[in-house]
Structures are given as C-alpha cells and as structure tokens.
Design a protein. Structure first.
Length: 133
C-alpha cells in the first residue's frame, strides 16, 4: 500500500470536506469513504456542499462528476484497526510516496497501548477490514 497524500489536520466540517473534495479531484478518486457509525449524514452533506461550492468557484469544472460517497461501518475501534497497519509498516508493506514528516512521526512513536489515537493515524487507517456500503 502506498500513502500518497496527507491533508489531515484539525479542521471544521467545511474545511475538511473541502480538503477531501480537492484531494479527490486532484487524485481522480472515484469514491470518498465516510464512517457510517458516526456522523454519516453530516459527512455526506458536507462533502456534497463543498463539491458544489468548488464547482461554483470553478476550482472544479462543472462537468466533473463528484466521486461516489460510500459509507463504511467501523467494526472495530481505531486502536484495533491501526495495529495491523503498524505491523505492515514494520514489514515494509506500507510505503510513503513523498515526505510526510508528521504522519511518519505519529506512526513511528505510536504504541498500541496508547489511549489516544492521533489524527494522522486515524486518517491513514482503513475504517474496516471489510467495507460494506
């Protein structure tokens, strides 16, 4: 697996949804995944609103379709989902395509016993081992 982008940061719903839309457009993504368990409807509305605003401002051409929004149900806590990714990083099965100093620092110092789950780890951890929409 390659991590190609990191736009994670503490943001308002308007800011993160705009960042997600810009990233989806810039990478030609076909799907934006949102977590079903917490805030699915708010996430969908925020993404749709941001996509439309970016098209009105002509940052995204009006003829470009918005990626599908696929809700996924998180079947485990973030800490449990992060452990296998951390193991794959140790085995060099997850690589960074670019320099992501903050994300690399979070992953290299994170311990599975840590009660906190830093934001960049959350952003780069799949919401579920098997996604169902």
């Amino acid at each position: 697996m390659w991590i190609t982008d990191d736009v994670s940061a503490p943001m308002s719903s308007a800011d993160w949804s705009t960042a997600a839309c810009r990233l989806a457009y810039g990478t030609n993504a076909s799907i934006i995944y949102v977590e079903w368990n917490f805030g699915r409807d708010m996430c969908v509305l925020a993404i749709q609103t941001s996509w439309e605003a970016l098209q009105r401002s002509e940052e995204i051409p009006k003829n470009v379709l918005m990626p599908a929004i696929a809700p996924v149900r998180a079947k485990q806590g973030k800490l449990l989902r992060a452990e296998p990714i951390a193991q794959q990083m140790v085995q060099d099965k997850v690589r960074f395509r670019g320099v992501f100093t903050d994300m690399e620092r979070e992953w290299s110092t994170w311990q599975s016993s840590d009660p906190d789950s830093p934001g960049r780890i959350d952003a780069s951890t799949p919401p579920a081992s098997s996604c169902t929409a």
